[in-house]
Structure formats: C-alpha cells, structure tokens
Unconditional design. Structure first.
Length: 632
C-alpha cells in the first residue's frame, strides 16, 4: 500500500540515508507509477509514496513534516495559522506549542509525521477512523515506520520472525487485528492513536476515542433529517476533488445513497460499478440496477467467474502485509479494475454506514438476547434455566430445542456471545490445531481483545458498545484494508464519504432508539432517506458483497486444485492438524460448502501469504512473540 514511511533516531550511533527510506517506500507500494517524495536529515528521514499524488514532505531548519492523505482542520484559530504560515510551518509551530495535544485539531483520513530537531521529538499518528495505517518497529533507540509491516522487515536491524499469536488471531477473526502484526516486534497504530519519540524514549497513546452522546434523548426527527442531508452532501462533495469520480454500487442502502448524492455534484450521469455472481442466493445485481435507474446513472457490470478468482488469489496474498481472509477482496478488486479501465480516477465506497447507523443483523440479534437479561436474576437462575435446560431430552422437541438454544446463548456475557458462531468455537480448538502450536498461544487473547474494546467504549448502551467494537474490528482491521488495498492494486483511488468526521460525529450523537427501534435496523437512516431511495432498496434484507467461494470450489476444477494444493502445503507448517484439513475438504465441504467454504478460504490465504511473503523472502520459521503493552 502507498502511504507514509520513515526513520528516526536521536542516538549518536545512527545516521539515516535517502536510500534506506527509499527502500522502505518502494516495498510498500502496489502501483508502478507511484510518486515518491522524501527528505532526510541526520536525525530523521521521511517519505510518502502515492500513485494518486496525495503525499507531501517538507523540511526546514526547525524540523520535518510528512502528510499522506487528506488532513482537515476546522478550528478557526488553527486554520488562520495555516493560512498565514503555510501548512508545514503551521503544523511545526503547533507541535512545538502543544505537543501531542495538537492532534485534537486534525481531522480527515490521513497519516502524519512531525519532527522537531531542537526538541528531539518525532510524532506519528493515524486518523480517527483508521482509514490510513502505520506499522512501526522500535529497538535500540531507532524507530522505523511504514504503512505496511512487510515493508519494514528488510531494513530492521534483526530480521523479525512470525508472530504465532497473530496466526491464531487471524484464524479467529479472518484478519490480524491491531495493534499486533504478523511479525514479531512490529506493532500497528490503532485508529485515533499516535506514537511519539522523545529523545531516546517511545510512547504510544490515544488522542481520540469515539464518544456516544445523547443515548437516551428524544430529538426532533425533522431537524435531524435536515442536519443529516447537509452533512451527507458536504461529505460526498469533499470526496469529489479528484476527477472523474464514480461509485461502487452494490444495491445496498449505503452505496445507493452515495450514488444519489454524487449525482448532485456531477454534470454528467454518475458512473457506477457493480459485480455479480452466477450463483443463486448471491447475486444482487437486480438491486444495483434499480438504484442506477432511479438516479439516472451510467451503470457498468461485471460477472465474476471462478477462473477470475483463481487468477486473483495469489495477487491478493501478495498485496497484504499480513494474511487476509475476507473473500470479498476478490469482487472488490474486479469492481475497482472495471472502473479504472473505464477511465475513473476515484471511486466512492459506502463503507461505514452499517457501523455508524446500526445496519448489521447482529445488532438486532444481540438485542433479542439482551431481553432475557432483563428478567430478574433469581427467576432466571432458580426457575427458568433449571427447568428448561434440565428437561430430559429437551432438544428432541422442536419448540423446547429453540428455547434452550436461546437461553444457552442469552446467558453468555457480551461480547463473547457474538462469537458463538465462530468456526473455531464451534469446531473445537483441539480438533483444529496442532497440540504444540496450541500450547504456545493464548487462546483467550481474541476474546480479551474484544472485551477490552467493548468495555472501554465511551457509552452506556450495549448497541453503542457493539458499534465501537465494529469501528475497530470490522472497519479498521477488515473492511478498510480490503477496499484500500484492492483499489490500489487496481490503480484507482477510493473515498469513504460516510466515514467523514462530521458524519461520524452526527451518527455518534444519535439516540440509540433512532438507530435500532423495535429491532428495526437503521431506523433513522431509512426514515431520513425514505423519499430519496427506491422502496425496494429500503426494504431489502442485508446481504453484503460475499463471494460464493464454497459453492464454486466443489464444482470448479481450478478452484478445487488451488485450494487443495494450498491446504496440503499448509499441513507442513505444523499449525493446523492434517486430519482436520482432510476432514474439512472431504466431509465438511460436502455437507455445507457455503458455511465451511469461508474456512477453506482463510486457510488457503494463510498458506498463499506464507508462500509469497515468507518462503520467497527467506523469513525465519514461526516463533512466539514477547508480550507487549500499548499505552492508552
């Protein structure tokens, strides 16, 4: 991925060179025409590399500034300072004056580095929603950082090994969630976080966390609707600076909304792009066509094939700095490539709407389970549970079986209750993993991570805690890297208007009753748009951008061969039990290809990643990672 990278040390034993920083930058771009901007001094070297010219590096006698992406400042006093002195000098002065507190003025989707020579300080930060990324390594008073962890490994004093805990977490979450990376001694900044090198010491901390206000207030729906439209239009308009700009269009409420608003800023019909699947239950092109017709868009379609998937799998594995197991990366790439071939400079995506306005089915599901917790504890524990769960052969009676299943899940505390459908939880760790591997990892780490984020959310309600959790796990760790990486691989810029700062602030101030009302998802969002979007789209059930990989794999020889070969090679890694892999391919996939296909994909992409990033680069064998602590 393009982005910001750098080196810094105030120790006398280190002296950077332009070649070193150029090597890091070259390792982290997917685009052959990327533009490199770099500067170096005796204490710091910074670079941005961007195929879309969004990088900026500045150096003077005071210090250095590097910005990647779009940095926005709304505070009038700071805007005036920028107007008077220019962005670089203003930011350096602001950092001198306020230290890391200066980050509270920064909005947008960016990564930034500020360095002060006299004060011997370097500040590196990423935006609040985690659209941009920074991975870093600090050892012997030397700091290295880059967008992609894999870009750092060739320049580190000691070659890192593979982080076994990250492998386990990957198979739990389908991605490697931050702040860990797949490599030992390389960490990743979480959204709204910074690192600061002060002399010879490094501190990592948070400068922003989502705060949910007015959770129980009754607000005027008409006034909110006006504010929403104003914010939505401004958010889309700010993403239209690159021309020409089109839109992903899945036929869901988010992409359809972005398409409709984009029309207001286009002289010509909006160009939209959709991916279809020749597989029952997966194709949503009907809804994309409805939205395109409704808004007068010039619609473009491509039906992805199993052969396309076979071709893109190695490229996906090579593109990510860690194993990435979300199969919707494949249709995302082909959709972006279609737009790039059509002459688009930028695509707008609808990511973020579900997490801001409560659009995921699990929010309604967990709300139903939470109702059980409102029954008096003595009644639950002394009467309902003993009678219901203790009833002989209760699972053989359909009504009782359903009630028992409900209670068994309802008594599990959040957020663990959301993971009851997790593959690993259902299959059993001892059956999936090699015993030695399992003994070297903390199997409770994923749930501890979820619990930490869930409980630290600045709110009182279960719904907003789930939204805060999804800001990190679903968006920053999963969906945003998917769209960013695949769009760059296709050679096109991407914008996320629904993740604009003002839009996030608006959504976080909505009362929970306007997000989820009587288990109606996106209540306010749909009410506000009921005269804007086609009724068919407002009323459609949630689907997503899923790839029918499991169904295709059992029928298509190329996919079957690639997946079988990959999983056969994975047996040699001593991570997953060979017996489980055989059972997965020969039994589970035949019984339920749609469900178990996602696990085959995750294991295949793990092996594909190893083959490209470890075997080809000669990285060391798997080793455990020492415990690290992130300061918040």
């Amino acid at each position: 991925m393009s982005g910001l990278c750098g080196w810094a040390s105030f120790a006398e034993t280190y002296r950077p060179g332009r070649k070193q920083i150029a090597d890091i930058a070259a390792k982290q771009t997917l685009h052959p025409d990327a533009h490199l901007d770099k500067e170096a001094t005796t204490y710091c070297a910074l670079a941005t590399i961007a195929f879309n010219k969004r990088g900026y590096v500045y150096k003077d006698e005071t210090g250095m500034v590097a910005i990647y992406g779009y940095l926005r400042i709304y505070e009038p006093r700071i805007k005036q300072l920028v107007h008077d002195k220019g962005i670089a000098d203003a930011l350096l002065e602001l950092y001198q004056r306020e230290g890391s507190d200066c980050l509270k003025y920064f909005f947008g989707h960016f990564s930034i580095a500020l360095a002060l020579k006299q004060q011997q300080k370097v500040l590196v930060a990423v935006d609040r929603m985690g659209v941009n990324n920074i991975c870093y390594h600090f050892q012997d008073q030397q700091l290295l950082f880059a967008e992609n962890a894999a870009a750092l490994i060739q320049t580190m004093p000691e070659s890192p090994t593979i982080n076994e805990q990250a492998i386990y977490n990957y198979l739990y979450f389908h991605v490697v969630p931050g702040p860990d990376t797949i490599f030992t001694h390389i960490q990743r900044l979480s959204p709204g976080h910074f690192l600061e090198l002060n002399g010879l010491d490094l501190t990592v901390g948070s400068y922003w966390q989502a705060t949910f206000e007015r959770e129980f207030e009754e607000l005027n729906l008409a006034h909110l609707r006006d504010d929403f439209y104003t914010t939505l239009r401004a958010s889309v308009q700010q993403e239209c600076q690159s021309k020409p700009v089109g839109a992903f269009l899945s036929g869901g409420t988010d992409s359809s909304t972005v398409t409709g608003i984009l029309r207001e800023f286009s002289n010509d019909p909006v160009r939209t792009y959709s991916i279809g699947f020749e597989e029952p239950g997966y194709d949503e092109m009907e809804y994309a066509r409805i939205a395109a017709k409704h808004f007068g868009a010039k619609h473009n379609e491509y039906y992805i094939t199993p052969k396309d998937v076979v071709e893109i799998i190695p490229k996906i594995a090579a593109s990510y700095g860690a194993p990435y197991g979300n199969s919707s990366a494949a249709p995302t790439y082909y959709c972006a490539a279609m737009a790039q071939a059509d002459g688009m400079a930028k695509l707008l995506a609808g990511d973020g709407g579900d997490e801001l306005f409560a659009g995921n089915e699990r929010y309604a599901t967990q709300n139903l389970f939470a109702k059980y917790q409102r029954i008096p504890k003595s009644l639950r524990e002394n009467i309902i549970q003993p009678l219901l769960l203790g009833f002989p052969k209760g699972d053989s009676v359909p009504v009782l079986r359903k009630a028992r299943s409900y209670v068994r899940q309802a008594i599990i505390d959040m957020p663990a209750r959301m993971e009851t459908y997790n593959h690993l939880e259902r299959l059993g760790l001892d059956d999936v993993f090699e015993r030695d591997f399992l003994g070297r990892v903390d199997t409770g780490n994923p749930l501890a991570m979820l619990t930490s984020v869930y409980e630290s959310a600045q709110c009182e309600t279960m719904l907003n805690r789930m939204l805060a959790l999804d800001f990190k796990i679903t968006l920053a760790d999963n969906d945003l890297p998917k769209v960013n990486t695949m769009c760059e691989l296709a050679g096109i810029e991407v914008g996320f208007p629904l993740l604009h700062d003002r839009m996030a602030q608006f959504a976080n101030r909505l009362p929970v009753d306007l997000k989820l009302r009587r288990n109606r998802l996106r209540f306010f969002f749909k009410e506000a748009l009921k005269d804007f979007l086609p009724q068919a789209i407002l009323n459609k059930s949630k689907h997503g951008f899923g790839l029918p990989f499991g169904n295709w794999m059992i029928k298509h020889d190329g996919l079957k061969e690639l997946s079988h070969d990959s999983l056969t090679n994975l047996k040699k890694r001593q991570i997953v039990r060979p017996e489980f892999i055989d059972r997965l391919l020969k039994e589970y996939m035949q019984e339920h290809p749609a469900y178990y296909g996602s696990m085959v994909w995750e294991l295949m992409m793990l092996e594909q990643w190893f083959a490209h990033h470890v075997d080809q680069s000669g990285q060391s064998a798997v080793q455990p990672q020492p415990t690290t602590t992130e300061v918040t």
